[in-house]
Design a protein around this ligand. Structure first.
Ligand code: AMP
Length: 599
């Protein structure tokens, strides 16, 4: 089945003049870097443990604590009122070591799971790094989760320790405490001398702990992190990552985020999601840069102020946030001095070409899309500072990463010949796949061996996403396998239709699904959130449908269009198309544990 011609090919490529860039990119010769790259060579950029082995916390802070970076700001927290508090590398290393000392004092075993349910505050970062230093496994939970997702995730991972606040404990953990018997210790960061019954005062424990706890002699394949991804239905999957993942965080921080020693870097993702851990904590610290942490939630003016006042140079954010900024208007950016900013990247959802280009208006820089998922542990496909951007494309695979688009049979499974999956011709749509073997690849879904096994076929890891690869090796996202629409023999990617509607002035956000149709199999339905200045009307509905028909043709354009005040999204900001579809068809909503409140 052929995909339709994407609207995104209408956008002119954005060329790059390397000589005009303020900082020479780490990756200038893409083909040369790909040809010479090896993961062993990348490992040489790290230090490794003195006695052999590798430990993420040692690479991130331990090795910097007594070197030239000791007094450099590692983390700079921006409070609600805009004031900051900072931790140097030496201080962060000490705090982490203390936390490791607390785990030792509590008799936690190496490999046991330590969870957090915390906002973005210093204790969270010390807990992540201290746990890794100690050789236990860290699992960050998003602090806005309710009791049910907390229970589910603690149970799946048999969490032994949980670090949280008094309020979060009372509201979300106490009600389910009886159902998580493996949870031996709950540490409150704000107990203030009087912990709740059944909890401990973390500050008191830290005070009594040594600040020179040893680093566990972890090996590259030792389990380090547990990240939950939400399946399309059913219970969340726990993706297991190992200490060698730090090699990929280092290499991708270098190539895809272009981190340089003097950077002030801001990743807006919460550590409750894999992006917030891999790129909000590990990658920047491994590179010895200063990482900004906003303790508050997204707000357009606040974000522009942070970019300006903190002199952020490299910014890693998400399409949903960029679309919100767009909705607020580029003029909101204009009053801020964003002159320090030199590189903007985005991940998590397809990035509409409209947004890539809008970046130039608001920041003076295009937005660089990159693609990865919880399972891959790190960025796999990316747009680089020195490489032409084709708006709407995710870019090209990182050095060390082999990506392909695999041919699918009628059931959607990859076509296998002589044990090898068949790769599509350029521009054809198929399943996006990666050749296994990169260091941050997940090593399993916890206790779900069969589910893990099914992710591999014909020599490839199957991502579950559909994509196209053009003749020059740029990858174009079509849709999640589950979200793709089949209409009258066409395979329609929701992203193309959404990106087209985004080009209309009235539209702030849009999600597209397929609804059953007796003749076409499925037809396209769009849900549109309008800009604040716009009002929903039948005339506007017809105008939008007409707008899409003109650009996409009648076979691909939406036949139906509803206005929505807010689209359902995960708490990490991804539009939940499957939920729109379930609601549209009156079907069970499946796992909604990651759904944003009120959606
Ligand atoms: P998660 O389960 O949270 O790890 O989400 C990973 C999924 O988000 C991917 O499999 C894609 O479907 C989507 N995704 C992430 N980055 C991008 C991107 N740059 N373009 C399109 N989809 C993306």
């Amino acid at each position: 089945m052929e995909a339709t011609t994407p609207s995104s090919t209408r956008w002119a490529p954005i060329s790059k003049d390397v000589a005009a860039l303020r900082v020479r990119p780490n990756l200038v010769d893409y083909d040369g870097a790909r040809a010479s790259f090896t993961w062993d060579e990348a490992r040489r950029g790290l230090t490794g443990l003195p006695g052999g082995g590798v430990n993420i916390a040692y690479e991130a802070v331990g090795r910097h604590a007594s070197g030239p970076l000791a007094d450099r700001e590692a983390l700079r927290f921006v409070r609600a009122d805009g004031t900051v508090r900072s931790l140097t590398y030496a201080r962060l290393a000490r705090e982490a070591a203390r936390f490791a000392g607390v785990l030792a004092g509590l008799g936690v075993d190496r490999g046991e799971r330590v969870y957090s349910l915390l906002g973005r505050r210093p204790e969270l970062y010390a807990a992540v790094l201290g746990t890794l230093q100690y050789g236990a496994v860290f699992c960050p939970l998003f602090s806005a989760f309710g009791p049910e997702p907390v229970r589910q995730r603690l149970q799946i991972g048999s969490g032994a320790v949980l670090v949280t606040t008094r309020a979060l404990y009372r509201k979300k953990v106490a009600p389910i405490r009886d159902e998580v018997p493996a949870l031996r210790h709950v540490l409150l960061v704000d107990a203030d001398g009087s912990p709740e019954p059944g909890t401990l005062d973390l500050a008191a424990l830290l005070e009594g702990a040594p600040d020179d706890a040893p680093t566990a002699a972890t090996g590259p394949e030792d389990w380090a992190l547990l990240h939950f991804t939400s399946g399309t239905t059913g219970k969340p999957k726990g993706a297991m990552h190992v200490h060698d993942a730090v090699t990929a965080h280092f290499a991708t921080g270098r190539f895809a985020l272009d981190l340089h020693p003097d950077d002030v870097y801001w990743c807006t993702a919460d550590p409750g999601w894999v992006t917030g851990t891999s790129y909000g904590i590990i990658a920047p610290l491994v590179h010895g840069v200063t990482a900004i942490v906003d303790e508050e939630e997204m707000d357009a003016d606040r974000w522009y102020r942070i970019l300006a006042e903190q002199r952020v140079t490299v910014w890693y954010t998400a399409p949903t946030a960029l679309r919100m900024l767009m909705k607020a208007g580029a003029e909101r950016a204009a009053v801020h001095d964003l002159s320090a900013l030199r590189f903007v990247a985005s991940v998590g959802e397809p990035l509409n070409p409209e947004v890539v280009v809008w970046g130039r208006e608001a920041f003076g820089l295009p937005v660089h899309d990159n693609w990865w998922q919880t399972e891959t542990g790190g960025i796999m496909i990316s747009n680089y500072p020195a490489m032409e951007i084709r708006p709407g494309s995710m870019g090209r695979p990182l050095p060390g990463i082999e990506a392909a688009v695999l041919l699918r049979d009628g059931t959607g499974a990859p076509v296998i010949r002589d044990g090898e999956a068949v790769v599509c011709e350029p521009d054809a749509t198929g399943e996006l796949a990666l050749r296994p073997g990169w260091p941050s690849m997940f090593r399993g879904y916890l206790d779900e061996e069969e589910r893990y096994r099914k992710c591999f076929a014909g020599g490839w890891y199957l991502t579950g996403d559909l994509a196209r690869r053009d003749a020059d090796g740029y990858f174009w996202f079509v849709g999640r396998g589950d979200d793709v629409i089949k209409s009258s023999g066409h395979l329609i990617g929701p992203f193309e239709v959404e990106s087209c509607l985004m080009e209309h002035d009235a539209v702030a956000e849009v999600a597209v699904i397929g609804v059953p149709d007796a003749v076409a199999g499925e037809v396209v339905k769009a849900f549109v959130e309008l800009k604040p200045s716009q009002e929903a009307s039948d005339a506007l509905r017809l105008e939008l449908i007409g707008f899409a028909r003109k650009r996409l043709g009648p076979a691909v354009a939406p036949r139906m269009l509803d206005f929505a005040s807010a689209l359902p999204k995960t708490r990490s900001g991804k539009i939940l198309r499957r939920l729109l579809k379930a609601r549209e068809l009156g079907l069970p909503e499946g796992d909604t544990s990651t759904l944003e409140a009120g959606r």
